[in-house]
Design a protein. Structure first.
Length: 241
């Protein structure tokens, strides 16, 4: 019997939105106003090296979360720039708050689906975070009036691990007081959402709204194109139990 449902955030509840250009523009202007001159190409390369880590690198460090300040310090090291703690914190604050300036859009059907499911099931959110930490994402969810539907929100900057680390899923299940076989995880990423949830013995639903072909290496239990389809799947599972 399904008792709890956890959701991914990006491209599941919120549309994907990249803030690299906004952060890079701020950082470039920040340096220029302080008389620190580097070519834009050098700054962009340093930013990319610090903030765009390939999956194999995350696997190598066992999916440990890399915090915004750690990334900023790496970027400054690459550029051989020394700044005061005050200025480093100014950069950190801007990078983390950028999402509030231009929030990502809520995906179609999300609010109504969460409202319907929350009346019968315990709901949770499990999200990796980049330079936008959990405290910022919470504000966006509050503004969209959907935070109220979640009994727990799990962010990688708070647990110290990225999905697919079992820590993310186990923490959510513990907070929801639910056994994994009685929980479903819904997400769009096979390598983080489906892999991590299956390894934690949860039922998995893959949102494939881009109509990608299903790969052999990671098989979700169910595949849907829109989030509202979750409702019918859960009804079907509970009729079978």
């Amino acid at each position: 019997m399904i008792q709890a449902i956890t959701f991914d955030l990006w491209n599941t509840l919120l549309t994907n939105k990249v803030y690299s250009d906004m952060r890079l523009s701020f950082f470039t202007n920040f340096l220029e106003t302080r008389g620190i001159i580097h070519s834009f190409k050098m700054v962009k390369e340093a930013f990319s090296l610090a903030f765009n880590l390939p999956p194999r690198d995350l696997e190598r460090i066992k999916y440990r979360h890399i915090y915004t300040m750690t990334r900023i310090l790496k970027m400054l090291e690459i550029l051989n720039i020394e700044l005061s703690e005050f200025n480093k914190n100014l950069i950190k604050q801007n990078f983390e708050d950028t999402m509030l300036i231009d929030p990502p859009l809520l995906k179609t059907g999300v609010k109504q689906t969460l409202k319907i499911l929350s009346s019968d099931y315990k709901l949770g959110l499990i999200s990796n975070t980049g330079a936008s930490p959990g405290r910022i994402i919470i504000k966006v969810l509050e503004n969209y009036k959907i935070l109220q539907y979640f009994q727990t929100t799990i962010f990688s900057d708070e647990t110290g691990f990225y999905k697919p680390s079992p820590t993310m899923f186990e923490t959510a299940l513990k907070n929801l007081n639910c056994e994994p076989q009685n929980a479903i995880h819904v997400g769009d990423r096979l390598d983080t959402d489906i892999k991590g949830a299956k390894e934690s013995n949860m039922v998995t639903i893959w949102i494939n709204d881009s109509f990608s072909s299903r790969p052999i290496y990671s098989q979700p239990d169910f595949e849907i194109q829109q989030i509202s389809d979750v409702i019918e799947i859960i009804k079907r599972l509970n009729r079978m139990s």
